[in-house]
Ligand binder design. Structure first.
Ligand code: FMN
Length: 382
């Protein structure tokens, strides 16, 4: 993995290695993909203030999230189906996060189950919850996360219905089944195929065996498609707050009023997010709304952000605008697709090195004390 110097290098490797339908699944945004692209473009528009003659010989990249110390202000965001990027992908990702000393958030839609990850990785992870119409199943997921030792529940609010991603429909990842063209493409990825055939984890591990009548790929796809609960409202969120004894993080907040609601119901943290541009196309980039949300609730809840983070420079920009930490989705998923555990290790290392150097050259000694003086207000171009 040494020859991969950037997240973009990892992306290219993943594209070569992973079957097209699963690579496209990661890459896709909803509809015109304008929000997905804005996440990246708006970060690129932010310009650093270079500072000199500051003693930067010792630098501290550590962060505190929800009372816990981490080695970096970076976490691995929940990403569904990572076990299709690389066999046992969730386990490799959780192991990489553990080794790096950063949080890993396991998706409800993971291939490796909660129990698989808990028993293999033996380190606490955070669990991301999608609320399903079948509230008994939803409660079951929460209880299983509790039993597995999860102390942090990340409740995703921006997917009450699925945003349409054209690539997934064309590739047959939706309800109609995988196209012949894509099956042929899988045959051109022998390394991936050999790995997937070696593991027994090839389905949605948190669902199979826990939902009556769902036992093959087709019934699973149909069940999931119908199950996201469009009736989820703030009363439900308050009920989850009352139900969950640990820390509660609300993910998918993009509006100041919603951020205030989150604080009012007693959330411990929020993730400012548009789901990587996969839900409401035409919504603003998460980085563009971050400052106003921090101003509205930053003294009441911890504010994290995700969306478009592809470098340590992007991490520093988000911290400069008031985020306590960032989460990365595609950046580490590319690493996973490129080379499994080693690829995720490399993705984290790239982000860490870039953050460290960028902090140094902007005269910042501590990731905990970065503020808006690190960047120009506006009107400068890099
Ligand atoms: C392939 C893929 C699958 C995702 N699956 C989930 C999921 O299961 N649950 C969730 O809360 N967010 C999910 N997300 C959103 C991420 O948690 C995160 O918000 C997003 O990836 C951040 O943008 P970035 O990919 O540009 O870093 C997914 C994102 C991607 C790219």
């Amino acid at each position: 993995m040494r020859e991969s110097l950037t997240i973009e290098d990892l992306r290219r490797r993943a594209q070569r290695r992973v079957p097209r339908m699963f690579y496209d699944y990661v890459e896709a945004g909803s509809w015109s993909e304008s929000t997905r692209d804005a996440n990246i473009a708006d970060l690129a528009d932010i310009v650093f203030r270079q500072r000199v003659a500051v003693d930067i010989s010792t630098r501290d990249l550590t962060a505190n999230m929800l009372g816990q110390e981490f080695s970096l202000p970076i976490g691995l965001a929940p990403v569904g189906l990572t076990g299709m990027q690389y066999p046992d992908g969730e386990i490799h990702s959780a192991q990489a996060a553990k080794a790096a000393g950063i949080p890993y958030v396991l998706s409800s839609m993971s291939v490796c189950s909660i129990e698989d990850v808990a028993s293999t990785v033996r380190s606490p992870f955070w669990f991301q919850l999608y609320v399903m119409r079948d509230r008994g199943f939803t409660e079951g997921l929460i209880s299983r996360a509790e039993a597995a030792g999860c102390k942090v529940l990340v409740l995703t609010l921006d997917l009450p219905i699925m945003g349409q991603r054209h690539a997934d429909i064309r590739n047959g990842l939706g309800s109609k089944g995988i196209s012949v063209r894509n099956l042929l493409n899988v045959a051109t990825k022998p390394q991936w195929l050999a790995g997937i055939l070696r593991t027994k984890r090839r389905s949605l591990g948190n669902l199979v065996g826990h939902v009556d009548g769902v036992d093959d790929a087709a019934s699973l796809r149909e069940w999931v498609g119908k199950q996201f609960d469009p009736s989820l409202d703030w009363d439900d969120v308050a009920a989850f707050r009352a139900r969950w004894p640990g820390k509660l993080v609300l993910k998918g907040i993009l509006d100041e009023d919603d951020a205030r609601q989150a604080a009012d119901i007693g959330a411990d943290a929020i993730i400012v997010s548009n789901h990587g541009g996969r839900q409401l196309d035409g919504a603003p980039s998460s980085i563009s709304v971050l400052p106003s949300i921090v101003a509205a609730v930053g003294n009441r809840v911890e504010v994290y952000v995700d969306g478009g983070i592809r470098s340590g420079q992007d991490v520093l920009k988000a911290l400069s605008l008031g985020a306590r930490a960032v989460f990365v989705g595609r950046a580490y998923t590319y690493g996973l697709g490129a080379g499994g555990r080693a690829g995720v290790d490399r993705a984290i290392e790239i982000l860490k090195n870039e953050l460290d150097q960028s902090m140094a050259l902007t005269g910042n000694l501590s990731a905990r004390r970065i503020d808006s003086k690190t960047i120009f207000a506006r009107g400068h171009r890099a």
